[in-house]
Design a protein around this ligand. Structure first.
Ligand SMILES: [Fe+2]
Ligand SMILES: [Fe+2]
Length: 182
């Protein structure tokens, strides 16, 4: 299939997944882990992937899925495992990935909230994109909890609390400035 057709197909799949999980979300409940967070994770992940070489399709799908099966904004240690089950259930219907990419998406969702880091570029980029949005709850993302060098560089900028909230362009500025030295 030509690249343009592949890109269009992928964009349609992203839109299907985004629409599906957004409809699941109860707009009446607090949204610390809701659609605006998913959108920022998507934006951070895409930007990080330029530097990390991550599989962008996995990173984008992670953004939409990873917190979509939370019950609320409280302690919900199994929400990642539920997201991984949804990934399995919806693969082949809403979206299509290779076996390897599907396994990475499933793993990234299942364990994203357990405090791990990963040496895998794709899984690490997923987790870093999520943690870079901790500014929304006034937590400054720490370098030791980042998996990729690109995300560690951002966190070493010592951004003020809340710097990521609604300010993705500002937050990712450090990456853009440092890119030529890579
Ligand atoms: Fe989560
Ligand atoms: Fe999240």
């Amino acid at each position: 299939m030509p690249t343009d057709a592949n890109t269009a197909l992928r964009a349609r799949e992203f839109a299907l997944v985004k629409g599906y999980v957004t409809r699941l979300f109860d707009p009446a409940r607090p949204a610390l882990h809701g659609p605006l967070h998913w959108r920022r994770v998507n934006k951070f992940g895409r930007r990080l992937a330029v530097h990390t070489g991550a599989d962008v399709a996995v990173v984008c799908l992670f953004a939409w899925f990873h917190d979509a099966y939370r019950e609320d904004d409280g302690d919900d240690p199994d929400h990642g495992r539920r997201a991984a089950m949804a990934v399995d259930a919806l693969h082949g219907d809403l979206f299509h990935l290779s076996t390897d990419a599907l396994e990475k998406l499933r793993y990234a969702c299942a364990y994203h909230a357990d405090g791990y880091v990963s040496s895998d570029a794709t899984i690490g980029t997923c987790w870093d994109a999520d943690r870079l949005d901790l500014g929304r709850v006034d937590i400054v993302p720490a370098p030791e909890f980042m998996s990729t060098a690109a995300a560690r560089r951002i966190t070493e900028l010592n951004l003020p609390r809340g710097a990521t909230r609604g300010s993705a362009a500002q937050f990712m500025g450090g990456l853009r400035k440092r890119r030529p030295t890579e």
